[in-house]
Every structure is written in structure tokens, then in C-alpha cells.
Design a protein around this ligand. Sequence first.
Ligand SMILES: Cc1ncc(COP(=O)(O)O)c(C=O)c1O
Length: 397
Amino acid sequence: MVLDINKARRETPGCFGNIHLHHSGSALMPDVVADAVNTHLETELFQGGYEAEDDAREKLNGTYASIARMLNCASSEIALSESATASWNSAFYGIAQTFRAGDRILTSRAEYVSNMIAYQQVAKRTGVSISVVPDDESGQLNVRALESMIGANVRLIAVTHVPTYNGVVNPVNEVGQIANDYQIPYLVDACQSAGQMPLDVAQIGCDALSATGRKFLRGPRGTGFLYVREQSLDKFPPSVLDLHSATWVEADRYELQPGSRRYELFESNIANRIGLGVAVDYAMSWGLAEIYSRIRFLAEQLREMLAQIDGVTVRDKGAEKCGIVTFTIDGVDAEKFQHEMRRKNINVGVSKRNCALIDFDDWGVDSLVRSPVHYYNTEDEVEFFAKQVRRQAVAPG
Ligand SMILES: Cc1ncc(COP(=O)(O)O)c(C=O)c1O
């Protein structure tokens, strides 16, 4: 199916006046998402928060159902949260309660910085060790190396599907096959891939997967979700509970919620959660395979243009590259470049060394520019942006 980009842009007010190339930070919401959030806030204004929530029960349930449809799982396997980090933490700090000294975590070089920090904190507490799986020659996680690193003491394989600072797409399905063959719990950080490409948790073979709403899914800020496979709930005991995640049934006894709702707490931003459901439906109405195909087309165009500019180095690696386009310009500070672009109403992001120490130290760079494309960007925008990069490369500052 050819996507009607003009329609997508008409439905995206932020397209007017901006060239938005900052999707690995936060995308532009379509107006249906903002409308859904605002409508609920207005209901809260006139009826009260709890009353508005009661009236919106069906829409809220719809958010779980939509995410489940997108991921090919049951809606009882979904927990909503306020961010990808909150969701990932629920799974990781849950399973970490079962770790003992001498256990090992296998993870990717491209692992999200907060995940790396969490591993280190838990390593200090429990004596678990962290092994980083090398990349293969293409720059993606080396699946054969991963398999060779497996031993009896590996308690978790945790992989970032698409990192925050690079276009590489890690082979999560192949990793899942290994995790399942060796019956090792498998946690996937899909924060940058959700909304950008099709995600099927059955195909990935993961026990748990976390993502955010505001990036490629185009949902509101302050939203995230966690999938935990029904049969894997016991592997990830919740690390915190409240009256929503558990029920107090006797003076000295509580019962956990039956499904993944056990990873949620009571209070939440209902308007944003409704907006997230609308964003997921909106993405699926375009089709995630179609979205990904358009994204890859635009990203390849941009990479080709950037690669032709003297002094510009495209940093994306891996056998499969997604919409996250990253580069450095010799002698040009990435943040200065970002500010310069902002003055021209072009939104781009910056990744710094402390987001991804391993790769940045290998490259010998402190920061890079991220200019991820989405399906509603145009070829003209990509070309215009590449021209701006050329100007900066020729006349730094
Ligand atoms: C790969 C990856 N994981 C997790 C996160 C954290 O997402 P959030 O800010 O929604 O917690 C990010 C944010 O950039 C990310 O890129």
C-alpha cells in the first residue's frame, strides 16, 4: 500500500512550520491523539477525575487491547506505565530479586544507558556479573557469540532492539530462539522500535518487552507499556506492590493481580493512556509494515546524501538499518549544530558519549547528531536538511 503522506501531514499540525527529525526523542502527535487527551481532560474538568475514568473504562480497556493487537499477545499480558524505563524497571528489578552471586546477565553493546546503570546497581547488590555480547562484522549483536557465552549461570538475556543513538536493528528473533532453546528469561527493550516497525512478541520469543508511547508510536509524553508473557509472570515477581497490583484478602495475606496488571500502580494519567491507545490504533491504521518500509526508504535517502558530504561521517551500522540516522561533522559540535538547526525550525537530536560509552569510545567521538525520519517526513524535507548539513560542514559554526 502506498501511504498518503499528504493526508498524514494534514493530520499532523506540527508538520507546518517545522521539519521534525527528532523521532527517537519524541515524535509529532497526530491531531486525533491530542484530541483524545484533551477531550478526557475536559471531562475531568467538568465531572471529576474518578467519574471521568469510570465513563472512559471502555476506552482505557481499548488501549490494552490495541497494544496487544499490535504485539500479537493477550491484553491481560500488558501493563501500562508512564515511560519505557518504568516498564523495563518493573521487569528487570522484578527478576533481579531472584539473582544470586555468580549469576550472569548477557546484554548488548547497544544497551540503553539506564539499563546498563540498572545492571551495575544490581551487580553491586547481588554479585551478579554483566557480560556484553560483541557485535558481528556488520555491527549488530553477534548471535553466535551470544550462544557461545551461555552457561548454567546465565539468568537473563536482555537486549535493546534499536538503540537510542544508532540505526542498527538487533536480531531479536534470533536471540529469542537461543533464549528459548536454553530456557533463559529474555527481556527486550523495544523503546525505539515500537511504532517504527512490526513487533510480534510470539516471533521474538521474549518473556518481557518494554516500550514508550511518545517516540515512533506518536503517543503523548508520559506513557509506556510492558508486555510479560502469561507463562513467565512468576519469573518476574513485581518488586513493588500497591492496592492496584495486589488485593489485600486476609489480615496477613494479599493476592497478586492475575495478569500483567500486577506491574502497575493505582494512580495514572488516564488522559494520556487513552491517547496512547488512539496512537496505537492510528499507527495500525497506516500499517506498521508500510510505515517501516517508508521510514527505511527516507532514511536510506538521507544517509546517501549525508555520506556524500566531505567531513560528514554516517555512524549507522548493522545488517538492517532503521529510521534512526546518525552522523558526526568534523569540527562541528553536535549541540551547536542542533541549536543552529533549531533556529531554522529543524528539530534534530543529539546523543552524547555517556549514552553509549562502548561505541562512542570506539569511534573516538563525544557526541553525534540524530536525525531520525518518520513516514510523514517528505523527500523534500530530507533533501533540504542534507543541504543544511552541507552548509555547516563547509562553514562550521
Ligand atoms: C532504547 C531506549 N530504551 C529506553 C529508553 C527510555 O525511554 P523513556 O524515556 O520513555 O523511559 C529510551 C529513550 O530514549 C531508549 O532510546
